[in-house]
Design a protein around this ligand. Structure first.
Ligand SMILES: Nc1ncnc2c1ncn2[C@@H]1O[C@H](COP(=O)(O)OP(=O)(O)OP(=O)(O)O)[C@@H](O)[C@H]1O
Length: 667
């Protein structure tokens, strides 16, 4: 038997905390960073007494961001840059190559232009009449102009290739993510760690892929610009090289510090913003609109929202003040450094170490280098920030790939004479007791088989195992001689139609809501709708089968719970599969509709096999076989008449319902 890959963390093994990858499960790091921020800023803790204000997935790395220094960021960069390069290459090798090559060439022309400037200045500063000097400078001037024009052209080309790359990267990562989320085994969705990781990847990781690629390209451009300026300075005079660094340090310090302040502010604000967003959603959402009015909650919600908005505003105003101070300090230090560089250049000129033309070019090169360094630092910050979230995406994809069921070659049966579940046991990931234990059932073709039992007794779980949605931990399920563990379950499910207990209200037309996943053929759709009673619902819709069943869109229409249920049943009928599973198909129906639907299921069965889960025991009387579950164990089985006569659990539950109806009808 194929063992199911264990999902979730093995019991007893605690998760290792990684301070660099903070998440909702790592509150210690959050608290420490919050304390650090509050101590430094003297601000009140905006999330005080708000237990529900945990970090949302899109802000889980703020603690890491808050505590990251420039050195920490730089250490992580090589991994991120490699991941971004691989992604860009997969998205479009041509655009990646063009972007890199054009940026490199632009860097060469930057250096060339700077060096050519020396020729211009040398000619202009030489002796002789001004017209002669200008004329002498013309060839170098033409070279500078040519280099500048070429550089601009190359940069525009690189920008175009980069712009083409972004949507391709977005498309690639989205496609991969949703391919994985729809292919992993169903039990993954019961695993909280998988769930969290999926949300982190979907809510933020996905969006950060393109920014990581862009930031990586910006880092490359920054480095190229810096190397071009440094190269030009080195060629002019080696002593000029350190001067570039001296002027760059204050700028770099101010940029890194201001960015860090922003991270810290966002970090401390995360809980406030999350709460504010929740309130904003409630105040502008269709589902809550009626209750807000019915309970006259508007003033309360608006006051609460405003209180949080004011808190957020104050922190931002304070942040703006402190960032301005840092920038002014940076600018002042930068000014002092630039003055020192000019003094040093003056000294070099005075002692004749460099000619005047070289000094003039050096000033230009230093300016170019400074601006490249500033963009480089900014790009490093951005790459680090986006990279943290992007690693969530990569981690999720790696994990999800291991959770895709392996492909199996054994042919899938089209139908069956008998489905046999033998000694089946199943425990949900993380659950401390099994949902099913040692359950054996047989479903013969053409039968209507009912699963009954109290809430939580395991009926839905058993149905899902029989349909091949869950693999049992113990025991086996066979469709005739075929063990479900040996076949491709995706193909097997083509032969199963399931009307689940909690069905989806697909935001699509009525037609697609019935055909869902199959070609929509008019006649079979109409037959399925008639068989389920959905035909009346559709006839009353403004555009019939073409009516969009979602009020959030123009011309969309909303259905009542019972009307939706009929559509869901029609969907099950439309599949016309060997096995039809109906999991409480009448829960939302009125008494008349319920009776009619059971009649229709019986009529639709007509040689098909139906597995019926229901609490309406009167409807089970016509089943061929009833299995009664109690806390995950099979306690009774047999034709309904025999079970009633035996007076066991089924008889007791049936009697309770019948008595309630008798009392009700007496009034
Ligand atoms: N996704 C899940 N993760 C963990 N436990 C689950 C999950 N789904 C069901 N369970 C548990 O498994 C047990 C059986 O649930 P199941 O849904 O099969 O019962 P049921 O008989 O269909 O109940 P009901 O009549 O209320 O629909 C219950 O104890 C339930 O809490």
């Amino acid at each position: 038997m194929r063992r199911r890959r264990p999902v979730g963390r093995p019991p007893g093994r605690p998760r290792r905390l990684d301070p660099d990858r903070d998440g909702p499960g790592r509150p210690r790091v959050e608290r420490a960073t919050r304390r650090l921020f509050l101590k430094r800023t003297g601000l009140p803790d905006p999330a005080e007494h708000a237990a529900e204000m945990n970090l949302p997935p899109w802000q889980t790395h703020l603690a890491a961001l808050a505590s990251a220094g420039l050195a920490g960021m730089t250490r992580r960069l090589p991994t991120l840059i490699c991941a971004a390069a691989r992604l860009a290459w997969r998205a479009s090798p041509a655009d990646t190559l063009v972007t890199v090559i054009l940026h490199l060439l632009a860097g060469v022309f930057t250096a060339y232009g700077l060096l050519a400037t020396t020729g211009v200045l040398r000619a202009l500063f030489a002796g002789g009449a001004t017209p002669d000097r200008v004329r002498a400078a013309l060839p170098s001037l033409a070279l500078v102009a040519g280099a500048t024009a070429l550089r601009a052209g190359l940069q525009a080309g690189a920008g175009w290739a980069q712009a083409r790359l972004k949507p391709r990267v977005d498309h690639l990562v989205e496609k991969r993510l949703f391919d994985l989320t729809t292919r992993v085994e169903l039990p993954c969705f019961d695993d909280t760690e998988f769930h969290d990781s999926m949300h982190r990847a979907r809510d933020r990781g996905l969006m950060e892929a393109a920014p990581v690629v862009e930031a990586t390209i910006d880092i490359l451009t920054g480095v190229i610009g810096l190397v071009a300026a440094a190269g030009a300075l080195g060629v002019l005079h080696p002593v000029l090289l350190p001067l570039l660094l001296i002027t760059a340090i204050p700028d770099g310090w101010a940029a890194a510090r201001a960015a860090r302040m922003r991270y810290l502010a966002i970090f401390v604000l995360s809980a406030v913003r999350r709460r504010k967003w929740i309130l904003a959603d409630l105040m502008a959402d269709r589902d809550s609109a009626a209750e807000i009015r019915a309970f006259t909650m508007r003033p309360f919600l608006a006051r609460e929202h405003d209180r949080l908005a004011v808190r957020e505003r104050d922190i931002h105003v304070d942040l703006a003040r402190r960032q301005t101070v840092v920038r002014i300090l940076g600018d002042m230090a930068g000014g002092v450094a630039t003055a020192a560089v000019y003094v040093a250049l003056g000294v070099l000129l005075a002692i004749g170490a460099v000619p005047l033309a070289v000094a003039g070019t050096a000033v230009l090169a230093i300016r170019t280098g400074q601006s490249s360094l500033a963009s480089l630092l900014f790009a490093v910050n951005r790459c680090y920030e986006s990279g943290l979230y992007f690693s969530d995406y990569l981690d999720f994809c790696r994990d999800a790939e291991h959770r895709i069921p392996e492909t199996r070659d054994r042919p899938v049966p089209d139908g069956f004479d008998v489905i046999t579940a033998r000694n089946v046991g199943f425990t949900y990931p993380g659950a401390d007791r099994p949902a099913l234990h040692d359950v054996s059932v047989e479903i013969h073709a053409g039968q209507v088989v009912a699963l009954v039992g109290e809430n939580g007794s395991g009926k839905t779980t058993l149905a899902k195992i029989l349909a091949g949605l869950y693999a049992p931990d113990e025991g086996e399920v066979h469709w005739d001689g075929t063990h479900l563990g040996d076949v491709d379950l995706d193909r097997l499910r083509q032969n199963v139609a399931m009307i689940p207990q909690h069905y989806t209200h697909w935001p699509m037309t009525a037609r697609h809501n019935i055909a869902m996943g199959r070609e929509p053929h008019e006649e079979p759709i109409a037959e399925a709708a008639a068989a389920s009673g959905a035909d009346d619902v559709i006839a009353a819709l403004p555009y019939g089968y073409d009516t969009l069943l979602d009020r959030r869109f123009k011309d969309g229409h909303e259905l009542s719970g019972g009307q939706w249920q009929r559509i869901a049943v029609a969907r099950g009928f439309y599949r016309d599969a060997a096995l039809l599973i109906c999991d409480e198909p009448t829960a939302a129906l009125d008494a008349r509709a319920e009776h009619a639907l059971f009649e229709r299921i019986r009529a639709h069965a007509d040689g098909r096999t139906v597995l019926l889960i229901t609490h309406r025991l009167a409807s089970v009387r016509h089943a061929d076989q009833v299995y009664v579950l109690d806390r995950g164990r099979l306690v009774e089985q047999g034709p309904p008449a025999e079970l009633l006569a035996a007076g066991g659990v089924f008889g007791e539950l049936y009697g309770l319902q019948a008595r309630a109806y008798r009392l009700d009808s007496r009034g």
